[in-house]
Structures are given as C-alpha cells and as structure tokens.
Design a binder for this molecule. Structure first.
Ligand code: PGA
Length: 252
C-alpha cells in the first residue's frame, strides 16, 4: 500500500549552522510527537552527510535535490547515484521545475536519472506539472501525461512502484498561489489512472503521488485529504520547524 509522505525541499537555503539547527529541531520534533507519515528532507548537497548523521533512515529520509544520470567521470559540479548511496542518502528529487527552468532539465534526461537512482536502490521523487500558460490553455492534463510517459514508462512494473511522483504546478511554486484541493485531486487521479492504464491498478495504487506548490499549515489538511494526494513536497514552509511540523500534523 502506498505511503503518506511529507518531504521538505530546502532548495538553496541555509548556511551550515542554520541547516544543522533545523535538522536538530526536526529530530526533536520527530522524537516527541506522533507522526503518521513518512518525513523526508532534501537539504543542499553539501549538507547531505550531516543530515544522514543526524537522521536514521527509519526516522527521516534524506534526499538530494538532483543527481546526475552518469555514474562517474568528467561532469564538473555533478553528483552520481553511487555517491549518494555511499553517504547513505535515501534518494533524490528529480526533474524539479527549477532544474527544468534554469538548468535545461528534460524529461528524457529525467528518465535516465530515475533509472540510475533505482539501479542504485535510491528512491526518485519525480516532479512534473504544467506552467501557467499551459494551465490557462487547458493543456495541463496533456502536459503531465507526456511528462509522466517520457520519464517513467520505460520502467518495469517493479521499478515504477518504487518511484514517488510529485505533481507541482509551476504557477503554484513559491507564488503563494495553490492549486485547489479539487484541481490537485483531478491531476493526481489522472496520473494514477494513466499509470494504471499501462501497468494495472495494483501497481498504480502503490505509487505515492505528492502535491507541491505553496503548501502551508493552513491548506495542507484539505489538500492531503484528497483520495489521490499522498502528501506534499514542501518548499518555503519546510524552512521553519513550526510550519513544517504543522504540515506533518495534517495527517494526524
Ligand atoms: P513551495 O515549493 O512550497 O515554496 O511552493 C515547492 C517546491 O518547489 O517543491
């Protein structure tokens, strides 16, 4: 059965001491509260090792924000799945819209990264979602369908079951604008049915599909209550323990 997950994407925020403080706050929170979902954090790469030292994998999952499709070699600035595995990271976000926008990430490349992650036993959190123009033109389902197909449909049924999908409408990321619970449910259900069409209901039912885009303490409960929404990928609100913990509590 699929898991409920609340994952924090810290993006390019926090100095080392600030990151350390937030990790310890989160660890304390997890120790002293009832938590009914899996928690994951994706700090900047530089802090992954510290995160792994602070968090046991059973407690809090540690994810990278991106990774290379290559295993090693002359790729300045990149990190490989093997490297992530060697510091005991649990997985990586792949295909975030900011990687697509500022770094030319494509679905074809995401497909290679997802395969490299899975081959190394890492969990990929694959992000997709339409931009504002595509939403206004009513193309959102078509866009997400193509992204899903290109990045994921080369996988076997056993492989795709291990992928976490994060639907993140680009127009809702960091803008304070959120998809309504109904808009989120529409797309999440659509993604799940599309996967079911190729791999069957049983496989599609195992895949956690998270919503991302301005999830805050005051809207998380309503969004997560949708039948096909299995949690959230949280940006801004993951940087503050009070906000992030309230979002985790949306599952209580
Ligand atoms: P946001 O970011 O919560 O700040 O909108 C979400 C994301 O980019 O994953």
């Amino acid at each position: 059965m699929r898991k409920n997950i609340v994952a924090g994407n810290w993006k390019m925020n926090k100095t080392f001491p600030e990151a350390q403080e937030l990790m310890f706050q989160l660890l304390e929170y997890k120790k002293h509260n009832t938590v009914n979902c899996e928690i994951a954090v994706a700090p900047p790469t530089l802090y992954l090792l510290m995160a792994r030292n602070v968090f046991d994998a059973e407690d809090i999952k540690v994810m990278a924000q991106d990774m290379s499709a290559h295993s090693s070699g002359a790729y300045t600035g990149e990190i490989s799945a093997e490297m992530l595995l060697s510091v005991h990271a649990d997985g990586s976000i792949i295909g975030h819209s900011e990687r697509r926008l500022y770094h030319g990430e494509t679905d074809e490349n995401c497909a290679l990264k997802i395969k490299a992650a899975l081959d190394n036993g890492l969990t990929p959190i694959y992000c997709n979602g339409e931009n504002l123009d595509q939403r206004k033109a009513g193309q959102h389902l078509e866009v997400v369908k193509l992204q899903t197909e290109t990045a994921l449909f080369g996988l076997t049924a056993d492989e795709i079951k291990k992928v976490v999908i994060a639907y993140e409408p680009v127009w809702a990321i960091g803008t304070g604008e959120t998809a309504t619970p109904e808009q989120a449910q529409e797309i999440h259900k659509f993604i799940r049915s599309f996967i079911a069409g190729k791999y069957g209901d049983e496989v599609a039912d195992e895949i956690s599909i998270l919503y991302g885009g301005s999830v805050k303490p005051d809207n998380a409960k309503e969004i997560f209550a949708q039948p096909d929404v299995d949690g959230g990928l949280i940006g801004g609100a993951a940087l503050d323990i009070a906000d992030f913990s309230k979002i985790i509590e949306a599952f209580n």
